[in-house]
Design a protein around this ligand. Structure first.
Ligand code: NAG
Ligand code: NAG
Ligand code: NAG
Ligand code: NAG
Ligand code: NAG
Length: 233
C-alpha cells in the first residue's frame, strides 16, 4: 500500500512541479539579472514583476519575468532608508515608501522598460529619461545579435539649472509641467523636441529624451532572450 502510494505520487509530483515551472517561467518568459556596478548601494525596483531589493556595490538580483508581461520596468533608487518591515523612503525613485515596490517610482528615475513577446513574437525594450535621470544604466540582451542599449553619461552632472534636484535631473515635463514638455493637450499628436529634450538626447542618444522620442529609442529582440540590466555602466 505504502509502496504503491510512493510509486504513484512521485511521477504526479514531478509532473506538477514541471507544470508549475512552465506556468511560472512561461513559454517566452525571461530572466532579468539586475546588477549594481555603482560604487554605492542602489535599491533596485521592478513593476509589475520584481518588487524591490537593496543591492550593495557589485551585487546582482535575479528576477523571473513571465511570458507576455507588458509595460514592465526596472529602475534604481538612491538615498534610501528602510526599517525591518520594509517601510521608509528614498531620495530618488521612491515608490510609496516601501522597499518592495508595487507602483511606479517618484521622478527623477532612469527607467529600463520592456514588453516580452509582444507583436511579431518580439520583445521590445528601451531606456527612458521621460521621468528624468538618476543613474546611468544599460540593458544587454543574452542574444548578442540584439542591440545593447546604454545611457552611461552622468546626466545629473550637467543638468540644466531649472531641472536640478537632489541626486538627479528632472525631465522638463516633471519640472515645468506644460503641454509642450509633456506632449499633452495641443501637443498630444505633434510634439517636437525641445532644447531640454535635446540636452537629454545629447547625453544619452539611445534613450527616450521625451514622450514622443520613439524613432530613435525603441529596440527589439526575438522572444526567448534574457536580459542584463546594469546600474552605473
Ligand atoms: C510568443 O507568443 C506566441 C503566442 O502569441 C507563442 O506562440 C510563441 O511560442 C511565444 N514565443 C516564445 C519564444 O515563447
Ligand atoms: C513583494 O510583493 C509581491 C506582491 O506585489 C509579493 O508577491 C512578494 O512576495 C513581495 N516580496 C517580499 C520580499 O515581500
Ligand atoms: C537572435 O537575434 C537574431 C537577430 O534578431 C535572430 O535572427 C536570432 O534568431 C536570435 N537568436 C535566438 C536564439 O533567438
Ligand atoms: C553624477 O554627478 C553627480 C554631481 O556631480 C555626483 O554627485 C554623482 O555621484 C555622479 N554619479 C555617478 C554615478 O557618478
Ligand atoms: C519618426 O519617424 C516617422 C516615420 O518613420 C516620421 O513620420 C516622424 O516624423 C518621425 N518623428 C520624429 C519626431 O522625428
Amino acid at each position: 500500500m505504502g509502496e504503491r502510494t510512493i510509486a504513484v505520487s512521485f511521477p504526479v509530483a514531478a509532473t506538477l512541479a514541471l507544470v508549475l515551472m512552465v506556468y511560472l517561467q512561461g513559454v517566452g518568459g525571461a530572466t532579468f539579472t539586475i546588477q549594481n556596478q555603482c560604487s554605492f548601494t542602489v535599491w533596485a525596483a521592478g513593476i509589475p514583476v520584481g518588487g524591490g531589493q537593496a543591492l550593495a556595490q557589485g551585487q546582482t538580483w535575479t528576477v523571473e519575468v513571465p511570458a507576455g508581461t507588458s509595460a514592465g520596468r526596472f529602475w534604481g533608487r538612491t538615498g534610501c532608508s528602510f526599517d525591518a518591515s520594509g517601510q521608509g523612503s528614498c531620495t530618488t525613485g521612491n515608490c510609496g515608501g516601501v522597499l518592495n515596490c508595487t507602483g511606479a517610482g517618484q521622478p527623477p528615475a532612469t527607467l529600463a522598460e520592456y514588453t516580452l513577446n509582444g507583436s511579431n513574437n518580439l520583445d521590445t525594450y528601451d531606456i527612458s529619461l521621460v521621468d528624468g535621470f538618476n543613474l546611468p544604466l544599460s540593458i544587454t540582451p543574452s542574444n548578442s545579435s540584439c542591440p545593447t542599449v546604454d545611457c552611461s553619461s552622468n546626466v545629473t552632472a550637467n543638468c540644466p539649472t531649472q531641472l536640478q534636484v537632489a541626486e538627479g535631473c528632472n525631465s522638463a515635463c516633471t519640472a515645468l509641467n506644460t503641454p509642450q514638455y509633456c506632449c499633452t493637450g495641443d501637443y498630444l499628436n505633434n510634439c517636437p523636441a525641445t532644447s531640454y529634450s535635446e540636452y537629454f538626447k545629447g547625453q544619452c542618444p539611445q534613450a527616450y529624451s521625451y514622450a514622443k522620442d520613439d524613432n530613435t529609442s525603441t529596440f527589439t529582440c526575438p522572444s526567448g532572450a534574457n536580459y542584463n540590466i546594469a546600474f552605473c555602466t
